[in-house]
Design a protein around this ligand. Structure first.
Ligand code: HDE
Length: 668
């Protein structure tokens, strides 16, 4: 090695200060003698501490807790009929994207699995600049006008006097506000449903919520609603499970996304669009397209699949990418435009504004994660953290000395607007109940049970009785039986029936599976103990992994167990480091006699059964189920007993859960 290359190698590997000065020792500060005082001239110590002292930035005021990933988006067929947007019309375009999923209420360090709405925000780095689709996993929103957003969020967030509860809507101020603002009733029933507890970000739908518009080359505008549909199906946790996960693995959804991508199991979603020709803007009797508390049932306007999003790369650095990404509903490209939805209009201001505080100035679009993948040219200048070095002297327009607009860029759809200035809601926004009823009518029996239980839990935490009573009155206008069931659980008098249920339903709103779905990446725990049948465990593991299922062998401790054929078998991890709630199914094999006497193993089986999960046992494994009070003679397609359980277990995983069990007596 020559002296020169030696020198370069040293520089590339060694630590430096922010000024690029090589650091010789980052473990000891500069002192006057080994036991003497520290010296002010230690620039390395001062810089290191200064940087550390300022590591935190303000978290997002909502959606603070999140997880992100990179990926690509590609359309199926060109959409020239509807839009000029390049990424929606060029069939060869592979558009890079960054997606951030989030909860809404909790702080940045809060748990992943509260009962909450989830954010689903996508930044498309198109060849015409960035398009952000900043959506949620529920197709409607609590309020109709953005001027109510601070009130909604204040009421939802921890109460201001004692800052409790964290990441939870089950408290007085939230229910006080929503019961006084009845437009929230539709979104509330979604929040009380299993949609608020996604099993995985990978198994969650996404919605643009507002009506947007696409504009084609002839200037024709079409109203659209955006839908994301996950390839793995839409699945949820149950509430008891979600609450326990909050303690056992608060990073549950974040970890799930990270691990799937690391393992090469790239999650994907289909983008679907509901197209509504402008002439049909008023075609739906009780739905105003500008009202974000309403959805358009798929029976009225089908969802047309238009493209696929695939997430295929984890961020290199959480802070630089997931934390610093700045979405804005206002980031649209030519061919996509807004509507007059008053919630959307307020968002157009809010997202740009919030970044000034959160990211410390106006130059946040220059951060690597926010930077468009096309050249940026304009006369904006200066401000904190300017990273560009503009050249030339023409920093104004018009000019004859530098860059000018060429008139061919984004044009706003020239919609005719006419009306008096007034603070007024349209009468077409007045119906707050019929779509909540539609949602309730569309639920399966078990989904309804979960909804009733959720209202009872949330309202049961509300200490002001008058608020509970108010909510029951609202529910009575959604559906009388629902109101009666909730009232009975929260000490409120049964209401008198006041309105008839309209009886309409929309199949797409239910999560009850209509056909088996993929089992890829589902996680199965096999409980292990000495004496376990090696052949049985190996055979089942192989059958499951062949179908893409992740199998983990849980031992009494880390290391190995002795199998029935005399050989040790390595376990994946010790049982005490996990819990049934982080798995999709639990298996108790034959031969591991110690398991029936192990309370932890019994709890594993009981809890999994209680949460509707597939449970499998063979031979002596059945004793564990008996101790868990599981009835082995029950007719239950997700309780798979016997020597060859693989097919039954795969079939049960493919429909996610069996909620037709009587689990009242299960003590988990
Ligand atoms: Fe947001 N919202 N929002 N929101 N929102 C923010 O922007 C706001 C609304 C949504 O992963 C903030 O950068 C107002 C609807 C997501 O970084 C803030 C109103 C929908 C994310 C903000 C709404 C959303 C945010 C906080 C009513 C679904 C996370 C930090 C007018 C369609 C994006 C930030 C990410 C984040 C304001 C309503 C979705 C404060 C004023 C409706 C997914 O600007």
């Amino acid at each position: 090695m020559t002296a020169t290359s030696d020198h370069r190698a040293f520089n590339e590997a060694a630590l430096t200060t922010d000024q690029g000065i090589p650091v010789a020792d980052t473990d000891n500060s500069l002192r006057a003698g080994a036991r003497g005082p520290s010296l002010l001239e230690d620039f390395h110590l001062r810089e290191k501490l200064m940087r550390f002292d300022h590591e935190r930035i303000p978290e997002r005021v909502v959606h603070a807790r999140g997880a992100g990933a990179h990926g690509v988006f590609k359309i199926y067929e060109p959409l020239d009929e509807f839009t000029t947007a390049d990424f929606l019309t060029d069939p060869d375009a592979e558009t890079p994207v960054f997606v951030r999923f989030s909860t809404v209420q909790g702080s940045r360090g809060s748990t992943d699995t509260p009962r909450d709405v989830r954010g689903f925000a996508t930044k498309f780095y198109t060849r015409q600049g960035n398009f952000d689709l900043v959506g949620n996993n529920m197709p409607v929103f609590f309020i109709q006008d953005g001027i109510k957003f601070p009130d909604l969020v204040h009421a939802l967030k921890p109460e201001p006097h004692h800052e409790m509860p964290q990441a939870a809507s089950a408290h007085d101020t939230f229910w006080d506000f929503v019961t006084l603002q009845p437009e929230t009733m539709h979104h509330l029933i979604w929040l009380m449903s299993d949609r608020a507890l996604p099993r995985s970000y990978r198994m969650m739908q996404g919605f643009g919520v507002h009506t947007f518009r696409l504009v084609n080359g002839h200037g024709r505008s079409t109203f659209v609603k955006f839908h994301w549909t996950p390839a793995l199906g839409t699945h949820s946790l149950v509430f008891d499970e979600a609450q326990k996960i909050s303690g056992k693995d608060p990073d549950f959804n974040r970890r799930d996304l990270w691990e799937a991508i690391e393992a090469g199991n790239f999650p994907s979603w289909e983008l679907g669009v509901q197209f509504i020709p402008s002439e049909q803007a008023f075609a739906f009797d009780d739905i105003d397209l500008l009202d974000a508390t309403k959805l358009i049932p798929e029976e009225l306007v089908p969802v047309t699949p238009v493209g696929r999003l695939t997430l295929n790369r984890n961020p290199d650095n959480f802070f630089a990418e997931t934390e610093q990404v700045a979405f804005s509903v206002g980031n649209v490209v030519p061919g996509i435009d807004f509507t007059d939805d008053p919630l959307l209009q307020a968002r157009l201001f809010s997202y740009l504004d919030t970044q000034l505080t959160r990211l410390g100035g106006p130059n946040f679009a220059q951060l690597p994660i926010n930077r468009p993948r096309v050249p940026v040219r304009n006369h904006q200048q200066d401000g904190f953290h300017q990273q560009r070095v503009p050249v030339g002297r023409a920093n104004y327009s018009p000019n004859s000395l530098g860059t000018q607009d060429d008139g061919a860029g984004f044009t706003h759809h020239p919609e005719l607007v006419d009306g008096p200035k007034e603070r007024k809601r349209s009468v077409t926004f007045a119906d707050h109940y019929s779509q909540a009823t539609l949602f309730w009518n569309s639920m399966s029996a078990w989904e309804r049970e979960h909804i009733v239980a959720a209202y009872r839990f949330e309202l049961g935490k509300v200490t002001t009785m008058a608020i509970r009573v108010r909510m029951v009155e609202h529910l009575n206008r959604v559906d009388h039986d629902l109101a009666v069931a909730v009232a009975a659980g929260i000490g409120v008098e049964e209401p008198v029936k006041s309105v008839d249920n309209h009886g309409r339903a929309s199949a797409a709103l239910s999560q009850a599976p209509t056909a088996p779905g993929p089992v890829t990446t589902r996680k199965v725990a096999i409980l292990m103990g000495d004496g376990v049948s090696a052949r049985w465990v190996a055979g089942l593991s192989e059958d499951l992994t062949q179908h893409g299922v992740t199998v983990e062998l849980l031992g009494p401790v880390d290391g190995t167990v002795d199998t029935d054929d005399g050989l040790p078998m390595e376990v994946t991890r010790a049982m005490n480091t996990v819990a049934s709630v982080v798995y999709d199914a639990v298996v108790v094999p034959d031969g591991a006699l110690s398991l029936a006497a192990d309370g932890q193993a019994v709890q594993f089986a009981a809890e999994a059964y209680k949460h509707g999960k597939p449970v499998t046992a063979a031979g002596t494994g059945e004793d564990v189920l008996l101790r868990a009070h599981i009835r082995l003679d029950a007719e239950d397609p997700a309780l798979i007993l016997g020597d060859a359980p693989a097919a039954g277990l795969l079939a049960a995983l493919a429909v996610h859960r069996n909620f037709d069990r009587d689990v009242a007596a299960i003590p988990a």
